[in-house]
Design a protein around this ligand. Sequence first.
Ligand code: GDP
Ligand code: MG
Length: 160
Amino acid sequence: AVPPGIVASAEVEQSYIMVKPDGVQRGLVGEIISRFEKKGFLLKGLKLFQCSKDLAQEHYKDLKDKPFFPTLIDYITSGPVVCMAWEGDGVVASARKLIGATNPLQAEPGTIRGDLAVQTGRNVVHGSDSPDNGKREIVLWFKEGELCQWESVQTAWLIE
Ligand code: GDP
Ligand code: MG
């Protein structure tokens, strides 16, 4: 269940997007935020954050039996990440398209991974894979009060 106050509305679709430590180190934070901003989704939460191993393991718990799990946890905890909550109808699937395939060599040009990365183990960004996981991950990475309830002046020009 989503704690009261952490999200504007449990009815609205949200995705948890994260610039991974390689994206932060490579100076890609602005570029990556910009792709979602320009698309027209609504930014509800944003922070630079050093995560613990426990949090990384919880976030990626579905992958805990994969051979790459220990290196994945080392990677995600190797430096600060940028945590974001983005909102809008269809944001989860659309963000996955903007991000591109898990393996950056297979990601289409024009996608974040297709344009900015070369290896699966350094693929610069995370995006939730379902609306349910979007909620789960936002609750995991943000504390109550860290998301903002606001309306963008652009909304009337984005949605008829
Ligand atoms: P995503 O949803 O596209 O991020 O991909 P997955 O959910 O399948 O995997 C989560 C993350 O684990 C990926 O983004 C990669 O950072 C990492 N990962 C997945 N597969 C591999 C792999 O085969 N090798 C390594 N080193 N990392 C992987
Ligand atoms: Mg995934």
